[in-house]
Design a protein. Structure first.
Length: 121
């Protein structure tokens, strides 16, 4: 029984690590005030570029996680015993990952809309 849970647990751990790295805690871009207009413009462009890179990386992670989740659902379909507690645990984990991915997709949409409303100068 334990042998079957190891690949799923490893997959869940990998997916969790992907989520953690996809949404790092960002420090304020300007920790000390800048007095020059050109410095402010270059900081704004650098922040926009960083936001754009973050958005694309998050989209890529989301796509990979959707593929992994689909594979988990496909694998679960081949488990024959429907009353097995281990199968139920996998169903719960899949549901949890689906909720997390939906939240991640909403954040991606918000980031994309924010980028459209605040284009780089």
């Amino acid at each position: 029984m334990k042998e079957h849970s190891q690949p799923i647990r490893k997959l869940a751990l990998v997916a969790l690590m992907a989520v953690i790295t996809a949404f790092p805690i960002s420090l304020p871009a300007a920790q000390s005030p800048n007095t020059g207009k050109s410095a402010a413009d270059s900081n704004s462009q650098a922040a926009h570029s960083q936001d754009s890179d973050q958005l694309e990386a998050t989209r890529a992670d989301s796509k990979k996680m959707h593929v992994i989740l689909n594979q988990m659902q496909t694998n679960l379909a081949f488990v024959t015993n429907t009353t097995d507690p281990l199968k139920h645990q996998f169903e719960l984990e899949i549901e949890m990952w689906q909720i997390l991915l939906n939240q991640m997709d909403r954040r991606i949409e918000e980031m994309g809309r924010g980028r459209e409303h605040n284009p780089a100068p």
